[in-house]
Design a protein around this ligand. Structure first.
Ligand SMILES: Nc1ncnc2c1ncn2[C@@H]1O[C@H](COP(=O)(O)OP(=O)(O)OP(=O)(O)O)[C@@H](O)[C@H]1O
Length: 639
């Protein structure tokens, strides 16, 4: 056990702070009952590799309707876990552990059959709010420190009735409780970002849920990737949480003997069917009683996993033999244990349903638990977003990229003459290309990168979509506005563009508006596709189409493609930039400039197609429209 945890336990400091938090927000006892839980998924026949699937694929190609195959992932699983107890779900890979845990945590409501009850009643919103679910993958912001992660979480998750100082104290208490003080100011990290260790990261994920002061804590493989010492310390921590009155359900891939001893009850799964549910200490006796006693002393968990795989001996066993073992264990369970389990469950459900006190405590909680205001959510999310992206927004490579482009183009067009119309138009179009691609390409990653965190936080009701969306928009503004401003400051004067402060400021305003529109395009494509790679391809092709129809390369676009320019933000931006440079007497240079164009064509190009007002209006409409579309696209994302 890490020393800071020992120290905090010895001094009682962590507990004291934790107690003050708990006194603010007490943990209600919750008995979790689940009866005959089954879960099936329909398989897409075109994706199955079996001969039947291929045949169906061919059928569907030839127009005949394909009946989707069904896969049984859980088959009539029942059990119960009470406050103060820790239930472990064991089973080989693919046996349905994660699916069962998601169902128990209320994440697959309406998609399974059977009943999942809390204190004899169906899972209600207040109960779900008091359910912490730690998923297999740690879904955390890699660049935030441990302290920042937990403090922001406390700010967002704890009700508005809790003062800010108490929220910070709650985060500190959770860190102390979970032995995270020594790495409090280290970034959380990820496989690509250096940070805290895997075990510490797992504890941060648990801390994230602990801040809710959950009555029910569900954890999917919290020890995966940890060494045996770290794993046993983590399970000891969970056991400590259970002893304080919480109900803990966890899956563990392969617990060591000493870890197994810490569990109160076990549920063993094999291919979605239950092989054992009962006290952990009675499991070996049960398997012995149905003819599967180990021949020598073994870790009970290893022995049970072998049985769940149909393996009973060291020598090779064929698939048929394994299947016979599994079938025998399933029928023994259905014959001997299932009736007892169900009888116990029915009695407990009837008893709990008759008591109104427990339910009332959650209902009272519903009234007490008012989420923080929209504006508080927005401002906390904004602060978090700025902190998470501080490394990215002004990273040296990005700043260098922009400065280098400004200096290089400034040198290329050094003090360009207003008379060299083609040169100057080239420069203005280059500016539009550079910022169109740069802004849309950067924005395309925004939502796909955050998908996992967003889905997790949204499904746990931490904040509203609109506050997240607005905070994300506002968080990007500094980078979106400062870099183009610096770029324009360098390039405008180096290239000798119209030397009037008003012209400079209007050019800057047009460029900033255009950057925000291009950013909106990236956001909407990213939010609609939610896959960074595919979305970046789509946005590149879209920008390419916009650039080609932007009005610089081709003046006379074939009529069937002409409409494209009216949806191209580059078209309007370029038009406005040209208009700023060529007006008044300079207009004559523009109109008389081209050898290829007649004066009439040039006039049409300058003024006839769209007026300044229309261009500005179109950019504003796109600015708003793209953001509305991105918001709508995010709304449809489900957990
Ligand atoms: N939507 C789905 N479509 C098809 N199969 C699915 C779907 N969801 C889960 N499965 C399958 O259901 C089975 C159980 O999955 P689950 O993730 O619950 O297993 P697990 O015991 O947690 O495995 P592991 O220990 O490897 O995480 C697996 O074979 C998985 O491939």
């Amino acid at each position: 056990m890490p020393s800071d945890h020992e120290q905090s336990a010895a001094s009682g400091g962590g507990d004291r702070r934790m107690n003050s938090f708990i006194s603010v927000d007490a943990c209600f006892p919750l008995t979790l009952q689940f009866m005959d839980v089954s879960y099936r998924v329909k398989l897409d026949p075109t994706l199955t590799s079996s001969g039947k699937g291929v045949k169906r694929m061919l059928n569907s190609a030839s127009g005949s309707s394909a009946v989707p195959e069904e896969k049984v992932i859980l088959n009539g699983v029942s059990g119960m876990v009470s406050p103060g107890e820790m239930l472990v779900v064991l089973g080989p890979s693919g046996s349905g552990k994660s699916t069962l845990l998601s169902i128990l945590a209320g994440r697959l409501q309406g998609k399974h059959s059977g009943a999942v009850l809390a204190n004899g009643r169906r899972l209600t919103k207040p109960v779900l709010r008091r359910t912490g679910f730690v998923t297999q993958d740690d879904v955390l912001y890699p660049h935030l420190t441990v302290r920042e992660t937990l403090v922001f979480c406390a700010m967002l998750r704890l009700p508005r009735t809790v003062a800010k100082e108490e929220k910070v104290a709650a985060a500190e208490a959770v860190m102390s409780e979970l032995g995270l003080c020594k790495c409090a100011d280290t970034p959380v990290g990820s496989p690509f970002v250096r940070g805290i260790s895997g075990g510490e990261r797992k504890r941060v994920s648990i801390g994230h849920e602990m801040l809710l002061n959950p009555s029910l804590l569900v954890l999917d493989e919290p020890t995966s990737g940890l060494d045996s010492t770290a794993a046993s310390w983590l399970v000891a921590t969970l056991s400590g949480l259970a002893r304080k009155g919480r109900t803990v359900v966890t899956s563990v891939h392969q617990p060591a003997s000493r870890v197994y001893q810490m569990f109160d009850s076990v549920l063993l799964l094999s291919g979605g069917s239950c092989l054992y549910f009962g006290k952990a200490k009675d499991a070996m006796d049960y398997f012995g009683s149905v003819g599967f006693a180990p021949r020598f002393h073994v870790n009970p968990a290893d022995f049970m996993l072998d049985l769940a795989n149909g393996v009973t001996q060291i020598d090779y066993q064929g698939d048929a033999e394994k299947s016979t073992v599994k079938q025998s264990l399933i029928s023994s369970y259905n014959r001997l244990l299932a009736p007892q389990v169900k009888a116990g469950l029915s009695a407990a459900v009837a008893r709990d349903a008759a008591q109104t006190g427990k339910e009332a405590s959650f209902e009272r909680e519903k009234r007490d638990h008012s989420s923080i205001s929209w504006f508080s959510q927005f401002s906390i999310l904004l602060q978090r977003s700025l902190k998470e992206r501080r490394h990215e927004s002004f990273n040296s490579l990005r700043v260098f990229q922009v400065m280098a482009a400004a200096v290089l183009s400034g040198s290329m067009w050094w003090h360009s003459s207003i008379h060299d119309v083609q040169d100057r138009l080239g420069l203005l179009f280059f500016v539009a290309i550079f910022w169109g691609v740069f802004a849309s390409f950067n924005a395309v990653f925004t939502f796909p990168q955050e998908r996992a965190i967003f889905v997790k936080e949204k499904s746990s009701g931490m904040y509203s979509l609109s506050s997240y969306f607005m905070a994300r928009m506002a968080g990007d503004l500094p980078m979106e506005l400062i870099l183009p401003t610096v770029f324009t400051l360098i390039l405008y004067w180096m290239a000798g563009l119209r030397a009037e402060p008003a012209a400079f400021l209007i050019t800057l305003a047009v460029l900033l508006g255009y950057v925000l529109v291009a950013q909106g395009l990236g956001l909407v494509v990213g939010a609609a596709i939610m896959d960074a790679k595919q979305a970046s391809t789509v946005v590149t092709i879209t920008m390419l189409a916009f650039l080609l129809t932007g009005g610089f390369y081709v003046q006379n676009i074939p009529s069937f493609l002409a409409w494209l320019k009216y949806v191209s933000c580059t078209f309007y931006c370029y038009r406005l930039l040209v208009r700023i440079q060529y007006r008044g007497e300079e207009m004559e240079y523009f109109l008389g400039s081209s050898h290829q164009r007649s004066r009439r064509e040039a006039e049409g190009e300058m003024a006839g197609e769209v007026s300044t007002l229309v261009s500005v209006g179109a950019l504003i409409a796109m600015f708003v429209g793209y953001r509305i579309l991105a918001y709508v696209a995010l709304r449809r994302i489900k957990a």
